[in-house]
Structure formats: structure tokens, C-alpha cells
Design a protein around this ligand. Structure first.
Ligand code: PPE
Length: 310
């Protein structure tokens, strides 16, 4: 997806021109993938732009950094202000937000510990991740022949830049085979997640999603959807799934910051349920999108309003 350019990027404590947000080609992270990042969205509300689960995302960023002994030279509160400042500086009403912490320029060799740390926050308008029509029609997916990175190789508990080369393999394979997206299995053959989304199925009115121990990211949209579903009275279970559980589900969908709630209508050329967005998926989407707009008081504290200073 092409990036939509805006005016300013927050870089190491300052808002700089989009064109000036450079790093050196010998930066450590470019060579070894030694960075951590987040993907966050801000939504348009009646009170101006509001960031969805800002604290949760920044907490996960710090957990990711801790795993790699990457010291972030800003407090979480300062990065929260940086996110709000960057949205304001670009005058956006809704956007995707990409905080990124990388090992920068100055050291070569795998040992990252002496390399400087650079922090950026970029924002840009980003529509529906898998296409606008996918939110309604659903996507066709393929179970990847590539396995998800093992927990003791590249831990799923961190959102590290380097581990996404695993998702890149799966994504390319699925696109070249004519599908929209891939789902990866772990070495035991259990479902983990998509290249950038968590997975849910609905079976006999019960929602099931793989546990994080299967090797999926501890998705923030995943947690929000679990909470919304329980509030709607549905049973939600975290249980291991195998590929045939997707084929035989009544409904299947992805969750993610970028993907929001995207129905899955086919898995490996098997039609899921009725072959279109199921009723429970639709119900979850409608509560989810109302909450992102600040229209559901039950989830008011999931939003941080950009215009509220401090
Ligand atoms: N699994 C993976 C592998 C993943 O990358 C994401 C987010 C999720 C699950 C869902 O997590 P959450 O966003 O907390 O609900 N993927 C981010 C990056 C996508 C990209 O292409 O870049 C995202 O959705 O922002």
C-alpha cells in the first residue's frame, strides 16, 4: 500500500519535516532488524481525533523493548504526548500511528548494546488494511506453507521489526497464489495468526481464538473484541485451533489495528459458513466501530482525545 505523505514526523524529540526524517544506511536496525514498533489508530469522533488504546499500545512497545534490552530514552507519558503532538501537527482527523524504536548508526556487528537508539512517531491516513470492500465482503485466505516463528526463536510476545520477515514470506506466498492474506501455523500445526492480524472463529454461537501460547501476538484488537463479545453475552474461549476448524466454522474473522474486524469468507478454497460476513461478525463490527467513534459509553476509556492536553 502506498504511503500517504503528510507534513511532519516526530523524531528523537522534535517534529521534523516529513522529507527530513532520515536515518543512515548503516543503521543497525536496517541490517539486523533490531527495532520494535507499534501500530495504533486514531479515529474521528465528535470531540476531534481520538487515539484507540494509546496506553495499551505504548505499554506493549515498552515490553517489546525490554525483551531486546533496548532502552527507550523517553517516558511512556512523553511518547503519549508525542503521538498527540504529531497528529495535531499534521491536522489529521483520523490516521494510523507508527511509533518505532530502532538501534541507530554507529556500531556494526550483531551486538546492539552500544548502538544509539532512535525513536520516531509517524502518522498518515490509512484506510481499510485489506481493502474497503473487505470489511463487508470478507477476504480469501490461504494457510501458509511457512510456519510462524517459534517462541524460542523470535518470541511473539514482542513486536520486533525483524520478526516481520516471517510475515513477509507468508504474505508474498498468499498473494502470488491469488489469495488476500495468509494464516500461519506453529510447528505443532496449530493456528497462530495472520501476517498482521489475529484470528477468531464462531462455532455454534461461541467465539474461539488461539491462546497467545500458540504463538500469536497478544493483539489489542483481539482483547477489545473478546470484551465486546462477552458484553454482548457471547461465550469466548481461548483454545488451540487447527486448519479444519476454520474450514468448518460458521464464521471466521481477523482482528487487528490495521485490519480492524475483517471477515474471512474462504480458507484454502473452502467456503466458510454462508460465504459472506456472518451475523455475529457484523454485530461485533457495529459495536466496535461505534466505540471507536466514542459513541459507546461502556468503552469511553479506550479513547484518548488528542485535543485534551496533558
Ligand atoms: N498479529 C500480528 C502478527 C500483527 O502484526 C498484528 C498487528 C496483530 C496480530 C493484531 O494486533 P493488534 O493490532 O494489537 O490488534 N499488526 C500491525 C501491523 C500491520 C502492518 O502491516 O504493518 C497493525 O495492525 O497495526
Amino acid at each position: 500500500m502506498p504511503i500517504t505523505q503528510v507534513d511532519r514526523i516526530w523524531m528523537d524529540g522534535q517534529l521534523v519535516d516529513w522529507r527530513d526524517a532520515h536515518v543512515h544506511v548503516l543503521s543497525h536496525a536496517l541490517h539486523y532488524g533490531s527495532g520494535v514498533f507499534e501500530g495504533i489508530r486514531a479515529y474521528e469522533t465528535a470531540r476531534g481525533p481520538a487515539v484507540w488504546h494509546l496506553d495499551e499500545h505504548l505499554k506493549r512497545l515498552f515490553r517489546s523493548a525490554k525483551l531486546y534490552h533496548l532502552e527507550i530514552p523517553y517516558a511512556r507519558e512523553a511518547l503519549a504526548e508525542a503521538v498527540k503532538d504529531t497528529i495535531r501537527a499534521n491536522g489529521l482527523t483520523a490516521c494510523y500511528i507508527r511509533p518505532l524504536v530502532v538501534r541507530g548508526y554507529g556500531e556494526m556487528g550483531v551486538n546492539p548494546l552500544q548502538a544509539p537508539v532512535n525513536v520516531i512517531v509517524a502518522v498518515w491516513p490509512w484506510g481499510a488494511y485489506l481493502g474497503e470492500e473487505a470489511l463487508e465482503r470478507g477476504v480469501r485466505i490461504k494457510i501458509s506453507s511457512w510456519r510462524r516463528n517459534a517462541q524460542n526463536a523470535l518470541p511473539a510476545a514482542a513486536k520486533a521489526t525483524g520478526q516481520y520477515i516471517n510475515s513477509v514470506l507468508a504474505k508474498i506466498e498468499s498473494l502470488k497464489a491469488g489469495y488476500d492474506e495468509a494464516i500461519l501455523l506453529n510447528e505443532a500445526g496449530q493456528i497462530t495468526d495472520g501476517s498482521g492480524e489475529n484470528v477468531f472463529i464462531v462455532r455454534d454461537g461461541v467465539l474461539v481464538t488461539p491462546p497467545t501460547s500458540a504463538g500469536c501476538l497478544d493483539g489489542i484488537t483481539r482483547s477489545s473484541v473478546m470484551r465486546i463479545a462477552r458484553d454482548l453475552g457471547y461465550e469466548v474461549r481461548e483454545e488451540n485451533l487447527v486448519r479444519t476448524d476454520l474450514y468448518n466454522a460458521d464464521e471466521c474473522f481477523f482482528t487487528g489495528t490495521a485490519a480492524e474486524i475483517t471477515p474471512i469468507r474462504e480458507v484454502d478454497d473452502r467456503v466458510v459458513g454462508e460465504g459472506h460476513r456472518g451475523p455475529i461478525t457484523k454485530e461485533l463490527q457495529s459495536v466496535f466501530f461505534a466505540a471507536t467513534k466514542g459513541e459507546d459509553p461502556r468503552y469511553a476509556d479506550w479513547l484518548t482525545y488528542v485535543e485534551d492536553r496533558g
